[in-house]
Design a protein around this ligand. Sequence first.
Ligand code: HEC
Ligand code: HEC
Ligand code: HEC
Length: 400
Amino acid sequence: MRALLVAALLFAATPALAQADGAAVADGRYQAVLGDCAGCHGDDLSGGIALETPFGRLVTPNITPDRDTGIGSYSAADFRDAMKTGIVQGKALYPAMPYTAYARMPDKDVDALFAYLKTVKPVRHAVKVNQLRFPYRWRFLMRIWNLIFFHPKAPDPASHSAAWIRGEYLVNGPGHCGTCHTPKNMFGADIKPILGGALLQGWFAPDLTGDAQTGLGGWLAADIVTYLGTGRSAHSIASGPMTEVITNSTAQMRPGDLGAIAAYLKDLPPAPGNTHASLRDVERMKRGSSLYQINCSACHGLDAKGQGPLVPPLTGNAVVNQADASTLVRLVLAGSQGAGTKAAPTRPAMPSLAWRLDDRQVADILTYVRANWGNQGTPVAQDFVGGIRAGLQDGQSASK
Ligand code: HEC
Ligand code: HEC
Ligand code: HEC
């Protein structure tokens, strides 16, 4: 009789349980869209994608349920730790994994995400994650970083609409938009203005505040929804890293969620005194960034680190940061051949680019270079380039 009763209970319970599980998995799949896990861990979530950071390279780990090379050994509590504290099974994660933003997610959503991840096909793929430079490769430093920089908190919801509250949560929580759009200090931590625009490795993620010139002040909420849903709006067509964010994440978000994000972004006051004067000119930064990629990055690198002894870096470089940009402009227009010595008889040359770039293009590239990678130079004006070009031409005709 007792056995029968248990059996009956089991029968009654199983379908209900399975249904609850199914709902959690479906919800978890949507949480993975909101958090764009595939953007960094790959379409099959088996990792192996290299992230170039100012501190060296991190390669994303395998988060499929494979026991040996993935997160198959995780408990639900381990997963919550990884997502919300950045410390899992005694290991401190680097904030390149956006736990600083995911910390805002309620446990219920994190648990659903975990339920979904357990249903993903396990892939055997071992990854060497930590390829950072000394001393950053010491993980324990991140515990100190967390103490100083990691204090997640939600704003006071009072006096805000339901759409604003949801939008604020999506942008600063799972959507981790600030990973790219918020400027960082030298330790890689967010600084104000939040969502005020930031330079990535070779890309510029624009100001998302209400500033009319640099931000979304001139966009309607509907423009933002269209852009995030399709990759284009009346104001802009997405390129670079934003294209991936749109494909993997925002284009798959529910319309209501996109509307909420737009409501929140449209309510952000203009960022006061943006980080770097040049950043205020979004169009110029975009032009400078794509011109740099075409004309300079093959030699100096997308990260501007140069190539060993052959090509000098453009980060923290005195010629680049000089208050007076004359030398810099002359160098790009006329080129330069390093001195050949006995020890290093052939030195590669910096080509003359005067024939290929007009004054405005040179000014845009150099303004971009002087504001990027921690450089602190002021913008370079088109007329200024024109003056130096004229001087070089006079010199040439005089010597003929
Ligand atoms: C911006 C890139 C990025 C995004 C987006 C991202 N991750 Fe990560 N994740 C990383 C990096 C980098 C690491 C490695 C950190 C380390 O080892 O210090 C990591 C580590 C992890 C770990 C720890 C694995 C371990 O045990 O070493 C888990 C779990 C994880 N991510 C889950 C997720 C989930 C789930 C999502 C989506 C909600 C996600 N990540 C989105 C970059 C990202
Ligand atoms: C991986 C880095 C990255 C992440 C994460 C990211 N963005 Fe972007 N975003 C960019 C870049 C780079 C651009 C500039 C694209 C271009 O030049 O076409 C951009 C452009 C935009 C624009 C267009 C702005 C303009 O003035 O043209 C909007 C709006 C935007 N992002 C919103 C968001 C929102 C909302 C999120 C979070 C859900 C987000 N982004 C997350 C990198 C990112
Ligand atoms: C064909 C490879 C190549 C290209 C393309 C190139 N450079 Fe160079 N650049 C060099 C080399 C090599 C040097 C070192 C020359 C020397 O020692 O005099 C150099 C030197 C420089 C310097 C001087 C750095 C210093 O410390 O003296 C600056 C600044 C610079 N390049 C900027 C640029 C910019 C901006 C562009 C794109 C508009 C560019 N370069 C394109 C190869 C290149």
